[in-house]
Design a protein around this ligand. Structure first.
Ligand code: NDP
Length: 328
């Protein structure tokens, strides 16, 4: 049964976790090119925190959430290839909700052996990680790479992919427990960064005979940026894709001339602007999963009523892997 209303988590004004409040709104109505999905699980991503707190320019009021999984319950008149009852995973907006309207551009049917939990866990972070190691910096066998926050949602996937592609992965993490997990997921070397990132610079010098790494995957931002520039080698690449510790201050580009370093800021959305691009990345992500080459570790499934705790845990650096909200 499709309800005429949807229970959602709404942010009336930007702020701390207390602004995440349940409410009920009219159910969204799909356009001809969209399907309506009854959401089972919504993924929690760091971008949800940026949007809730106002660090991103998304105006409030807003409903957070960029991905989910569930069942198709209505199909727009121009939609092809999807039908009512399909089990799907997707990226869209406002997914802390009973229902989402989803453009087929970012919608995939889940194979029978992939659970709805895994489906919600694999879309946004999986596509980000696979996109970054191919298009942010194309990892070559034998490369040295640094992955910051290596036990995080995207970090665990980057560590696995780095090892799969034959790179030597050096991960940074903040606790021993996270270090063990990052190591088990492909980080050959793990640096604890309790006292700042100088330990990383020392480790990279030792491991690479002072040359530095071919690429740094940096989602931490302000706290890591200087070290990331320091550890990248001549002609190396710094791939920025997040700022969990705060925004990076403006950079004088002439500084890059010291080592002819390439710097890019990548978002997953620019890797999946067409059906072909999305299908290629999601198809390969599902294939990695099927072959056991990529595992999506779920930290915890929170009842949607506990959404504040989920945000507290993620921004408090208490989590590893993926956080999910169980919607229904
Ligand atoms: P994570 O699970 O990686 O959580 C963030 C981690 O960052 C923490 O666990 C922590 O790991 C580390 N961290 C370091 N310094 C801080 C700090 N000051 N405050 C908080 N965390 C800190 O989150 P996600 O996997 O959801 O996202 C990881 C990053 O990737 C985010 O920056 C996110 O915005 C970005 N991202 C970007 C995308 C894009 O398209 N550009 C798409 C998806 C994610 P530790 O304690 O071990 O240091």
């Amino acid at each position: 049964m499709v309800n005429s209303t949807a229970r959602v988590i709404r942010v009336a004004e930007h702020g701390d976790v207390s602004v995440l409040q349940p409410t009920t709104i009219p159910r969204p109505i799909p356009r001809p090119t969209e399907v309506l999905v009854k959401i089972a699980y919504a993924g929690v991503n760091y971008i949800d925190i940026y949007e809730r707190s106002g660090n991103y320019p998304t105006p409030a009021p807003l409903i957070p959430g960029r991905e989910g999984s569930g069942e198709v319950v209505e199909v727009g008149s121009e939609v092809q290839g999807f039908k009512i009852g399909d089990r799907v995973a997707f990226m869209s907006q406002n997914t802390y909700s009973d229902y989402a309207v989803v453009d087929t551009l970012h919608l995939v049917k889940l194979p029978d052996n992939v659970s709805l939990e895994t489906g919600a866990a694999l879309v946004l972070q999986g596509l980000t990680a696979v996109g970054l190691v191919r298009k942010g910096y194309t990892i070559q066998k034998g490369d040295w790479i640094v992955v910051h926050a290596a036990a995080g949602g995207v970090g665990l996937l980057l560590s696995q992919l780095g090892r799969l592609l034959g790179a030597h992965v050096i991960g940074t993490v903040s606790t021993e427990e996270k270090a063990a997990l990052a190591h088990a997921n492909g980080a050959e070397h793990v640096v604890l960064i309790n006292n700042g990132y100088e330990a990383l610079e020392k480790k990279v010098r030792e491991l690479t005979n002072g040359e530095g790494v071919h690429a740094v995957f940096d989602s931490v931002g302000q706290a890591t940026f200087e070290s990331s520039l320091n550890v990248v080698r001549r002609l190396g690449t710094l791939v920025l894709f997040g700022s969990a510790s705060g925004a990076i201050p403006p950079l004088n580009l002439v500084r890059l001339a010291g080592k002819n370093v390439k710097v890019t800021w990548a978002t997953v959305y620019n890797y999946i602007t067409t059906h072909e691009e999305f299908n290629e990345l999601i198809g390969d992500t599902l294939e990695y999963l099927e072959k056991g080459q990529l595992k999506f570790a779920i930290h915890k499934v929170y009842p949607v009523e506990d959404v504040q705790q989920a945000h507290l845990d993620l921004e408090g650096r208490k989590t590893t892997g993926k956080l999910l909200l169980k919607i229904q």
